[in-house]
Design a protein around this ligand. Structure first.
Ligand code: OAD
Length: 239
């Protein structure tokens, strides 16, 4: 039996499904991935700018980077990979989509049972009050943006060295432990704790399906590795 058929069969028999996505699922919409060639801005890597230290040192530089990313993402639309995950949410009794992406394209596609592990680029958070607000302005009127209380706003994003929101992470862990099938699509499986979720699902007995254009550190633990684009392969899983 071909790998895609084994994956389809596992999915057809499943009741509880969890999917973990990363930047690769948005690549076909035109969003640059982090570890690919398009991920560099002015020769900075994400790890150099997406940190509390970088923001403390130079909030304007970090906001210029996020301004550029917001401008890049604003005109982009979800692709068939995002929509296949919406169809899965409707098909399975229990479904959870866990994403590392902050681009908001899963929400734009219509996913509701969604855990955004790393936050969302379209929300800001006050560095003093902690208030979270949606902000779709492109470009931002003032850089770096400020709260009505006068304090700096930051992107509502989990940076390197910061803890994930405990409630969001717990809901992802619970879904992985309960799943019959876990789909891991478009992530390099390089950043923890997200990269550890597939191991939890595996320990609990889930069938693991990876979709990626290349092998990752997690490929060895997968039941099936499907090599190709998520925008093509995710819809095929449902055929
Ligand atoms: P990466 O850029 O590390 O990995 C993207 C993955 O997608 C790679 O494994 C590619 O091979 C794969 N890929 C690219 N195009 C694809 C396609 N069309 N179909 C399927 N796969 C494709 O992105 P993430 O794994 O999401 O953190 O990175 C994890 C985290 O590191 C991000 O959430 C971000 C980053 O720094 C924060 O912003 C906190």
């Amino acid at each position: 039996m071909q790998d895609i058929d084994r994956a389809r069969e596992a999915l057809a028999a499943a009741h509880k499904v969890v999917a973990l996505t990363g930047a690769g699922i948005s690549a076909e919409s035109g969003v640059p991935t982090f570890r690919g060639d398009g991920g560099l801005w002015k020769n900075f890597r994400a790890e150099e700018l997406a940190t509390p230290e970088a923001f403390h040192r130079d909030p304007l530089l970090v906001w210029e980077w996020y301004g550029w990313r917001r401008q890049t993402i604003a005109p982009l639309a979800p692709n068939p990979g995002h929509y296949a995950l919406v169809a899965m949410e409707r098909r399975f009794g229990e479904f959870m989509l866990v994403t590392q992406n902050v681009d908001g394209l899963h929400r734009a596609a219509g996913s509701v049972k969604l855990a955004e592990l790393h936050g969302n680029i379209w929300f800001t958070r006050c560095t003093v009050e902690g208030t979270v607000r949606e902000n779709r302005a492109v470009p931002l009127a003032l850089l770096p943006p400020r709260c009505s209380c006068g304090a700096l706003l930051r992107p509502h994003i989990v940076w390197f060295g910061e803890e994930l929101d405990a409630g969001v992470l717990q809901s992802a862990v619970d879904a992985c432990r309960a799943a019959d099938v876990m789909i891991v699509a478009g992530t390099s499986s390089a950043v923890y704790p997200a990269a550890g979720l597939a191991g939890l699902a595996k320990e609990a007995g889930a069938f693991l399906i990876e979709i990626n254009i290349e092998a990752t550190p997690a490929s060895g633990m997968m039941d099936v590795h499907l090599s190709g684009r998520s925008g093509e392969l995710l819809p095929r899983l449902l055929e």
